[in-house]
Ligand binder design. Structure first.
Ligand SMILES: [Zn+2]
Length: 207
């Protein structure tokens, strides 16, 4: 979203909130923020003037490479280049998790999206992110959109979710919907994955 569109975005949501909020429904205003070491503090500061209920801290870029744009971007890469991209991705995600500015961390193991990498090889990196989330009293999302991509599983993997459960890190189930039909897609499957990872069902909150 171009920065000059944020005013319109917030105004539209506030108007809809007035119309739609009821006893059974609460519209919350949020933004997904792309994390860069170079400007993250300034971006978060700039957003403070908006009445946002939550910020998602996500990483989509390693350098100028978009990890989730198109599978064809990955095709010409060597194993070593893929490794460098993943290392950079996880370093940035750890930075996002450490700063404590975000309500939750988005799609934590996104580089697996197109099925080009061995995601389990980055478990130690994911654990460093979880440790940072725990220390900053943050949260992560279980993003169900991964089920509909080449990786065919939620973000993050069940192995990461098990470790998150051990650290008592709160998880929000999110569908990352880019179309109205995709809202709340696979939420019950996500709840099962969380239960299997060790999140007690009695702790689930349905909003
Ligand atoms: Zn994203």
């Amino acid at each position: 979203m171009p920065p000059e569109k944020i005013d319109e975005y917030v105004e539209t949501l506030l108007k809809l909130k007035k119309e739609l909020d009821s006893e059974n429904f609460t519209l919350r205003l949020g933004l997904e923020v792309d994390f860069f070491f170079e400007n993250s503090q300034q971006v978060v500061k700039d957003l403070e003037s908006y009445p946002l209920d939550y910020l998602i801290g996500s990483v989509h870029y390693a350098g100028t490479f978009s990890v989730d744009h198109d599978s064809s971007d990955w095709v010409p890469l060597s194993k070593e280049e893929m490794k460098q991209i993943c290392e950079e991705y996880w370093k940035k995600l750890e930075g996002a998790a450490s700063c404590g500015a975000y309500t939750f961390i988005g799609h934590p193991d996104l580089p697996k999206k197109f099925g080009f990498i061995d995601n389990d090889a980055y478990l130690p990196h994911a654990l460093r992110v979880l440790d940072a989330v725990q220390q900053s009293h943050g949260a992560i999302e279980l993003n169900t959109s991964g089920w509909f991509k080449d990786c065919k599983e939620q973000y993050p993997s069940s192995k990461v979710l098990k470790e998150a459960a051990l650290r008592r890190i709160p998880v929000i189930i999110n569908s990352d919907a880019h179309h109205p039909d995709h809202i709340a897609r696979n939420f019950s499957a996500a709840a099962e994955v969380l239960k299997a990872a060790g999140y007690p069902a009695e702790n689930f909150n349905i909003f």
